[in-house]
Design a protein around this ligand. Sequence first.
Ligand code: ATP
Length: 619
Amino acid sequence: MPMRPMGDIEELKGRGVDRHVARRAWGLTHNYRKRLLAFVGLIVATSAAGVLPALLIREIINRAIPQGDTSLLVWLFVAMLAVAVAVAVLSMVERWLSSSIGEGFILELRTLLYRHVQSMPIAFFTRTQTGSLITRLNNDVIGAQRALTGTLGGIVDNLISVTVTLATMLALEWRVTLVAVALLPLFIVPARIVGRRLQVLSREAMGVNAEMNSVMTERFHVAGALLVKLFGRLDREVEAFHDRAERVAQLGVKQALTGRSLFAALGFVGAIATGLVYLIGGFIVIDGGLAVGDVVALGLLVTQLYGPLAQLSNARVDLMTALVSFERVFEVLDLPVPITERDDAVALTEPRGHVTFDRVSFRYPAAGASALASLEGPRSEHGEEASEWILRDIHLDIPPGTMVAIVGPSGAGKSTLSSLVPRLYDVTEGRVLLDGHDVRDLTLRSVADAVGVVSQDPHLFHDSIAMNLRYAQPGASDEQIVRAADAARIHALIERLPDGYDTIVGERGYRLSGGEKQRLSIARVLLKDPAVVILDEATAHLDTESERLVQAALAETLRGRTSLVIAHRLSTVVDADVIVVLDRGRIVEQGTHTELMARGGLYADLARTQLVGSPARTP
Ligand code: ATP
């Protein structure tokens, strides 16, 4: 059972959210209803069968032995055997059902969550701590699954066991049963206390364990390990780690002892109850009011009463805990997906690459809309509000095949402007048009196909070079891949690698240099063959050879396509058809290099500093 802070549970109770969450959780199980019903049915059968051995023993003592009936004795033995076999088989089927329901449910919930999280806007990923999101999704999905099979199954099991056992005992001898029941508080009260204490302890243990793990993860990472070595801190690190590990060890001992005290109490009360059953039952037998077999059966049954009862006494907390997992899963599923496809979205076939910004204004959305507070790092004071206006009244028409260079001081809004075309964000006011269609009216897929982006720091997955390239076009032939790599001036290098196109790259793979990575990402865009290319030119200077190769690759990419280049080099802007100068979110100048130089405005200033690293203009 995953432990959650008691606060969560109290809070849930207070909000009365349990019924709503439970109803919704139940809704998620619609594919498993039949199997769930069969599972509960089997639990009822196996737990009800729990009283049968005691009843059979009663028959042996009351009838078979006194009457000297050997064939009855054998039959009763066979019956006991049959019950044991049936219970064993049924419990196997029950386990198969519970695991197939549980695993199927996990699979479904995980896929649902994965799809949802992947559809979240970029703003969500800029704000969310990836590590905690993953841990949380993993734990909560497993917690929700346990709720379904473990908690639900456990409660049904215990409820049926207690009911059937009590009913059988009452039917056998009500006075003895009442005495046994009177002993209950003696056990239930400490059981509840110990149960809570166990919960507190395991929550604490989980926290300390997580702390120990995060220390290890950080120190075992290349950068962390390097820091420890360079500062010669090995002994201190080991000491600090030992302290944490020691707390884990101490808590482990405490947990074991507390857990055992519950068992000890259960055994103790069970022994007293059994003793009392024999004492009182014995008196009644001597009085001639009861058969010996009945007393033995009662003695056996009473021991089966306390365990399930103890577990039932914590059922409410268990259920609440389980519902918290569901609630946290729903919290993620309920995050709105602001950038979606309209139901009547049209697919843009054969895009020409005509891009228009029609009176576009933009501000970054408020944090609340696109992130979960509990998954964010420390929030800025202004996290709840939309940002200032980042772009104001941008009007720009880019005919197919044109190259537009965007220049401007740092923070002017260049990246923001270019992120509106592939719908990484949606405009706040105005429209962005692609071949005359508002991008919000097009299918997400066709926008993604029409627009290619080459960023400064491209990402490669931990996979082979060929697979990374095929990401752009899964069906690409080897020949197409080689052609794209050749055009991007990276083929010769790939050929020289030990495994060629099968070389694994990415974070933990072969380390490509910055320029090589960029050429690979250019090859990826070439394979995709988009009508519009957005290029964030690298600010850092590559060495001359690498730069020459990247430039040649880029020239290949931009040829015949509409391009929006966030330019940092004079050589790039000189080649552009139009240069757009952005300053504090507005277009302040527009024209060719010669025209703008002649004007002697902001562009002329920027050009004199060669554009690269242009400092932010202070207002
Ligand atoms: P640079 O040349 O330095 O990359 P830029 O012209 O590309 O700058 P943008 O990255 O578009 O500028 O940023 C424009 C403004 O928007 C900046 O003031 C920046 O702080 C702000 N900004 C960027 N991203 C966000 C965000 N996710 N939320 C709020 N504000 C943002």
